[in-house]
Design a protein around this ligand. Structure first.
Ligand SMILES: C[C@@]1(CC(=O)O)c2cc3[nH]c(cc4nc(cc5[nH]c(cc(n2)[C@H]1CCC(=O)O)[C@@](C)(CC(=O)O)[C@@H]5CCC(=O)O)C(CC(=O)O)=C4CCC(=O)O)c(CCC(=O)O)c3CC(=O)O
Ligand SMILES: NC(=O)C1=CN([C@@H]2O[C@H](COP(=O)(O)OP(=O)(O)OC[C@H]3O[C@@H](n4cnc5c(N)ncnc54)[C@H](O)[C@@H]3O)[C@@H](O)[C@H]2O)C=CC1
Length: 298
């Protein structure tokens, strides 16, 4: 029975949890995005799509631009095309790959949505969730690392609160570690480009990521990479200690400082080191105070 993929396989595979959205990393580089509206919500959208290297057109009257929008358009000049006017109709949508509206006019938003659907352009209407083909989420960015929190439109504020909890839990140098791993992966693909070694390449990269800590990866130099890659032919991954020798045993000043004054990334309180020293000093002070009081009382 199990071989046929039937009832016996229940529980063996991840269950299907219906009702979610499909979370993707949509590649917008070079795609044309239209943003209708010039308020604070539009300004947030602008950052999201420009972070994704889209070609962005903003359509909104200058008189209604918020200060961030003015800054992005006229000072920072990150908007590729700006049209100082109201939305006029279907022809405004021609040639766009994605449309975002953030205007204070729900009726017009709905109509823009219908026009986009007729043209099969994916659309997000900030104030009318049923008119969205996709929702935005609460985002964390650390270099190449991106985390998106979605509550499926149920609790945007809770999405932001959840984001803050996750933010605290992400090690400071994770973005840099990923950046460095990206460089190593590219070097490996150069050294062993054949498709037939694909499975071996992946297994070896998994080994690298599991053997080296995020800290060690974040500080991986080109020389370290060459030393690691020397293990590829034999299928081994030398540890950071082996690659760096004695240098690795000496803690860096920054790590020592973090040990003493750092904070627990999730709970936020100071490290046990500082807590321990503080506790000891406080305990000693209380004990001496008690002893002193007893002595004076006698
Ligand atoms: C469906 C969705 C459509 C979309 O925008 O794509 C949508 C819809 C609506 N939001 C509304 C209100 C608020 N939105 C926020 C904040 C955020 N909203 C975001 C996304 C989304 N908002 C999508 C679903 C996301 C999800 O899955 O949860 C975030 C995550 C991302 C972003 O916008 O960039 C960003 C946090 C970013 C961050 O800080 O990290 C706050 C809180 C605040 O400002 O602090 C409030 C006030 C408090 C409240 O209402 O809860 C209203 C008006 C409701 C009304 O009139 O009562 C609607 C319309 C409606 O719900 O009908
Ligand atoms: N999805 C979300 O995260 C949130 C959505 N909202 C909703 O998003 C919408 C926008 O919010 P804000 O940025 O605060 O709006 P806002 O009221 O500050 O700005 C509206 C902007 O739209 C422009 N506009 C209005 N009619 C237009 C037209 N016909 N053509 C072109 N531009 C036009 C105005 O000039 C102005 O720049 C509101 O409806 C609000 O309810 C609000 C909070 C969060």
């Amino acid at each position: 029975m199990a071989e046929n993929g039937s009832r016996a396989d229940n529980g063996k595979y991840q269950p299907i949890c219906k009702g979610g959205g499909l979370l993707l990393a949509w590649q917008l580089k070079g795609k044309r995005v239209l943003l209708v509206g010039g308020g604070p919500v539009a300004a947030g959208r602008l950052v999201n799509v420009k972070d994704a290297d889209a070609h962005l057109t903003v359509l909104a009257p200058r008189s209604g631009l918020c200060s961030e929008m003015k800054f992005r358009i006229f000072e920072q000049k990150v908007v590729d095309a700006y049209e100082d006017r109201l939305f006029e109709g279907d022809s405004d949508l021609a040639g766009f790959d994605m449309v975002l509206t953030a205007i204070d006019d729900a009726d017009l938003s709905r109509r823009i949505c219908q026009m986009c659907r007729a043209r099969r352009i994916p659309v997000n209407v900030a104030d009318v969730p049923p008119e969205c083909d996709f929702y935005f989420g609460s985002l964390i960015r650390r270099g190449p690392l991106q985390v998106l929190v979605s509550t499926g439109g149920k609790g945007p504020r809770i999405a932001a609160q959840t984001r803050r909890i996750i933010e605290r839990a992400i090690p400071e140098n994770l973005g840099e570690a990923i950046e460095r791993v990206g460089v190593l992966r590219a070097l490996l693909r150069k050294q062993a480009p054949e498709q037939k070694v694909g499975a071996r390449r992946m297994a070896w990269m998994i080994d690298v990521c599991e053997t080296w800590s995020f800290d060690e990866l974040a500080n991986m130099t080109e020389a370290d990479m060459r030393a690691i890659l020397a293990g590829w032919e034999k299928g081994t991954v030398p540890s950071a200690r082996r690659v760096r020798g004695i240098k690795h045993m000496v803690p860096r000043a920054e790590d020592v400082r973090k040990r003493i004054t750092g904070r627990c990334p999730v709970a936020g309180y100071c490290t046990p080191w500082l807590g321990g020293i503080g506790g000891f000093v406080l305990g000693a002070a209380v004990a001496s105070a008690i002893l002193l009081t007893r002595k004076t009382a006698r």
